[in-house]
Design a protein around this ligand. Sequence first.
Ligand code: ADP
Length: 771
Amino acid sequence: MIDKYPQIQNEFNEFSQSDVTHALQISGMAIWEYDIISRDVKFNENWFVILGYGLDELPPKTSTFYQLLHPEDYDILKDAEKAHLIHNPHGILEVQYRMRTKSGKWKWLRNRSKLIYDEDDHPIKWVGSILDISRLKDSEHQVIQKNQHINAVVNSLSDIIYEIDEDYTFINCWVPNNNPLHTRIKSYKGKNVSDVFSRTVYSYFKNLVDETINTGKPQELTYYSPKFDKYYLARTTMIPRNDSFKKHITMVVQDITSIQKTRNRLEKNEANLNAIIQNTSDVFWAIDITGNMIIFNQAFDELYYNLSHLHPEIGAPLYDGFLLDETAKRWRLIHAKSLNGIDTQFSKHVHFLDGRKRFYKFHINPLKNLEGEIIGSVVTGRDIDDIYTSKKQAEKAARLKSKFVSTISHEIRTPLNAILGTCHQLELNNKQENLNEDINILHLASENLLSLINDVLDFTKLESGKSTYKPSHFNLTHLLKNISQFLRNLATNKGLEFNIDITEDLPEFITTDKTKLHQILTNLLNNAIKYTDKGMVNFRVTSNKTSKDKALIGFEIIDTGVGIPKSDLKNIFDSFTQSSTSFDLQKGGTGLGLAITKNLVNLLNGEITVKSTVGKGSIFYLELEFDIYHQKMKTTEPHYLSEDLEGINILIAEDNEINAKIITRLLGQWNASYDLACNGQIAVDYAKKTSYNLILMDIQMPKKNGFEASSEIRNLNIGNNCSTPILALTAQPDFSFDPSYQEGIFNGYILKPFHPDNLKSILLTHTKHSA
Ligand code: ADP
């Protein structure tokens, strides 16, 4: 193989030796020769130049070479030589390694070498050339580093990056390692977009690439892949190149499925919300802190137009539409409050340009962002004109009804007083036995009529909210005895047994609305007697002290009467409800008593329940908590009706002849003396002359009414009547609300029609100490 060496020489033969030396010098290439037999090594000048040494600074020895070789490259070099000798001993061996320069830096060198053989095919020399490839290595290194960098970025971002040329060929693909499609996407490299994607995605990509190349500007596109049920965002940018090769772009593809699905959901929610806001008949708008419209709905648009003949605009100031400065000013103030975090609500008439006016209710609240910062003010408004008008009408109707009921009852009560009074007198004085039954019927019918009117009145009073809780301190045992005494008579007259059982530890004095408690117990006991034909009515009162100042009192009214069927029990406290058992018995009544009772119990914060068995009887149980009144009170024992009014002098002012007759007859029976005045003026004249123990004063009288006459009597300086108790006689059930009564001129009032026993008891109470 020695012939190869001369062959090379021959190629150079065309050049002179010095030409070759020159050319080698210029190329910067070093050449070397190693004599296998003598082990001598030769380097040309360039070798010293590459390594930065002077010619005499490096001994030309193989050991010098290995000293300067990078330790990491020694094995590489040796392995390459070994492999070469085994596999390709006549070929060219190319290796790259690093050598240390004089300055201590490493240089990358490319070594190409060849073995030279003698005729017997024994290697005799090893010759080679060395080229400094450090620059090339540097840029190669940079490319690798860049790639690694891109890979790191891609892996951290989870985006896919493609480099695509103008023919839609994938030049490069970077895909995160954890992407399930990693291998697949990597394999796109070198393929055309049309080969790997569906027609739809290809057309998206093609358009993007074209658009980017044509405009030179970045482009983006969101697309959906039904195959993977994923949304992607593709962004393209031109890669700047100053050569004339094909244009390249980068395409970053981001999986935005979760963002897009959330966005879709939000958009749907927003659309729903918007539909609700837009379709509601309520007016809705919001402004930002500068007073500019942020949002409004159709209803507001209409309202605004009706007020200004303008349409509101998003971003424009709200107040422009208010023609009146005053209105704009008011809304500015309201919004200012709202922007300060204060909620407001108000109702007002809104006047339209066409002369109509409607009543609106507005709610104004601060508008806050997610951080809770106030960013505006939001208003909802409702046209409540129809409701408002109906409410006004209903209130008017209720007032009229109430007035009607009280006027009618007033008109009925006065003659009824006469009828009842006459019945009473007839019962006392009748000598004709055959009339007794008729008188009795007349009496019962009148009593029924009276209780009916009383029920209707009480009910209207409760319904209209006129009945209020008026507490006073009183002796509970006395009240209970009073009630039972009257009802015992009623029960005994019917042949019923009446038992009262009051616990011994009942608090002596309590604070509550005495009149209402009286009415509740009377109603329940009255019913028990009314709906019981034989047997007994038991009234049991128990007490349980819940604290030092409070007691829970239980009232149990037990009867052996007709009972109430189960089906009627649940509605028995509703108004106008009567049970079938009692209805068949034709006991009369309105079905209002229990409704009134229940309402009154509610007013006293109590509970009422009922248990009943048809044919066996009923138990009404009432529980009320009362405040215990600890101070001692001066109380008078209830007046027993056997007491007389002897020695009592009473002035009666009453213009109605029959009523006057009934009162005077009763007073006569109770041995009281009296004067009768048929109008207010005469009453005053009497009062000037005589001192009375009590004055009964009708309210509606000619000349001077009861109120005027009483005021004059109170101011009289003559006689002793300025402190005489004056009791008003009235048919007006809510007289206690009357301004004349409220002035305090009267010491009390007697409601017409009255029961003679009641009248007597009241008269006794007021005259006890004056007789
Ligand atoms: P009224 O007695 O005027 O009909 P109430 O409201 O007082 O009206 O009573 C309603 C109905 O409840 C009565 O009609 C009667 O059917 C039934 N009821 C009330 N108390 C009793 C009772 N103690 N025993 C049987 N039925 C009763």
